[in-house]
Design a protein around this ligand. Structure first.
Ligand code: C2E
Ligand code: CA
Ligand code: CA
Length: 404
């Protein structure tokens, strides 16, 4: 899973046997070097002698001398930025509490490993690290491949109404009925043609344009739904929000005002938020999200499974839908840990009474797997690629959905 790189691990455990046992498992998984420490103080010594961070730091909670909790507090105060996993034979709840504490310290937790340690648990950790690393390096890596637009170009594009939405259907697995569409921003660039959101959303976010941008997309999406409704096509429309949108207290009122003069109800609008970015200003975000729900908007947690405090987030925020990230769907057929993540997400959605959407379903085999696993809705190229919104009515007519 981590073949061909120079992955380095630091393992803190007072048990020599564990040093050898875990060391062997790690080397089977392709880890180049595992350093060990016998307690927290020893761990701090190793860190102070090292340049930079380890790719993974595995920390036992119970150790004589400086225990895991004290060690984590210490490295948090030093601003340690590497990935950390907790290890323990103590009961699962205590282990989760330690994980929450580490999260509260702002440490970069990737998970917990219960003793006895199994190789699959380590594999799952590496998968998670690979995912978060990919997310982090995507931007700079992609920069040379794509055109980098300036803020002024984007501002001009917005002023000239060059942005619009493509729509991609979501369908129920059981009967293939259309449940709704997701509106995906596109830039009809006069020179470069159709530009995808990955090339402009982050620039928009970084330059404080996301509020205006989101309102524009929201207005267009609502206007489109209003038109479809008049034609007898009744469905739900999903709009993507940026976490940066959750900094204006009156966002729920603003959305509500946009709906006011239309035939569209807030119950037909799903607002999608990416989980990995949740939690910047928790109190304000929670205030806005709660009031959006009170006003009838549905809330969907996007790219589910790629963020950190997954369970915690779900418990404390009023979501109505969970969208399993494409990466899990894509690897589900070959990687048992991805499949396990999908299965447990489906279970979680059922327990918490959330709608579940599997994103990125590209093939019949993937569709069949999602059906077998009991997934509620599917979105992906297998059903349809995102399309210009004017093409959707024809597509819907041929695919038997939407009309009620
Ligand atoms: P997302 O919200 O996760 O949207 C799903 C992305 O996956 C879309 O990419 C869609 O075209 C793509 N996709 C759907 N099915 C498949 C499939 O079967 N296979 C593959 N390989 N890809 C599939 P798109 O349209 O390029 O959008 C990328 C991201 O940009 C979105 O990811 C979303 O995070 C962001 N985005 C799009 N529109 C907006 C917007 O209006 N506002 C904000 N804040 N973000 C937006
Ligand atoms: Ca989305
Ligand atoms: Ca997604």
């Amino acid at each position: 899973m981590i073949k061909g790189n120079n992955f380095r691990v630091l393992l803190l455990d007072d048990d020599r046997f564990m040093h050898e046992f875990i060391g062997d498992l790690l080397s089977d998984l392709g880890v180049k070097e595992t350093l060990v420490a016998k307690d927290g103080a020893d761990g701090l010594r190793v860190l102070s002698n090292q340049e930079g961070v380890f790719d993974l730091l595995i920390c036992d909670i119970e150790m004589p001398g400086m225990d895991g909790i004290e060690f984590l507090r210490n490295i948090a105060s030093q601003g340690y930025t590497g990935h950390i996993a907790l290890l323990s034979g103590i009961d699962a709840n205590l282990l989760r509490a330690a994980e929450r504490l580490a999260n509260a310290h702002g440490l970069r937790m990737v998970g917990v490993i219960e003793k006895p340690v199994k190789i699959d648990a380590l594999k799952a950790l590496f998968a998670k690290i690979a995912l978060t690393n990919n997310e982090n390096i995507d931007r700079p890596n992609d920069a040379h491949k794509k055109k980098v637009f300036s803020v002024d170009e984007i501002k001009q594009g917005m002023a000239d109404d060059q942005f619009d939405v493509y729509v991609q259907p979501k369908v129920f697995v059981q009967d293939k009925r259309i449940s709704g569409v997701e509106c995906l921003a596109r830039w009809y660039h006069p020179q470069f043609g159709l530009v995808s959101p990955d090339d402009f959303i982050s620039i928009i976010e970084e330059n404080n344009l996301i509020y205006d941008f989101t309102l524009m997309i929201f207005r267009k999406s609502v206007a489109q739904l209003a038109e479809w409704k008049q034609q007898g096509l009744d469905l739900k429309v999903a709009v993507n929000l940026s976490m940066d949108n959750l900094d204006r207290t009156n966002l729920p009122e603003t959305f509500e005002a946009i709906l006011q003069k239309t035939n569209v109800s807030s119950h037909q609008i799903i607002l999608e938020l990416t989980e990995s970015k949740l939690g910047k200003n928790m109190a304000l975000s929670l205030d806005i999200l709660t009031r959006l729900r009170l006003k009838g908007f549905e809330l969907s947690i996007d790219d589910f499974g790629t963020g950190f405090s997954t369970m915690e987030t779900l418990r404390s925020l009023p979501f109505t839908e969970l969208k399993i990230d494409q990466t899990f769907v894509r690897s589900a057929l070959t990687d048992p840990s991805s499949r396990a993540i999908i299965e447990s997400s489906i279970q979680l959605a059922k327990t918490l009474n959330l709608n579940l959407v599997a994103e990125g379903v590209e093939t019949q085999v993937e569709w069949d797997l999602m059906a077998t696993l009991g997934c509620g809705c599917v979105q992906g190229f297998f059903v349809a690629r995102p399309m210009p919104r004017v093409e959707f009515t024809t597509w819907a007519a041929h695919n038997g959905g939407g009309h009620r």
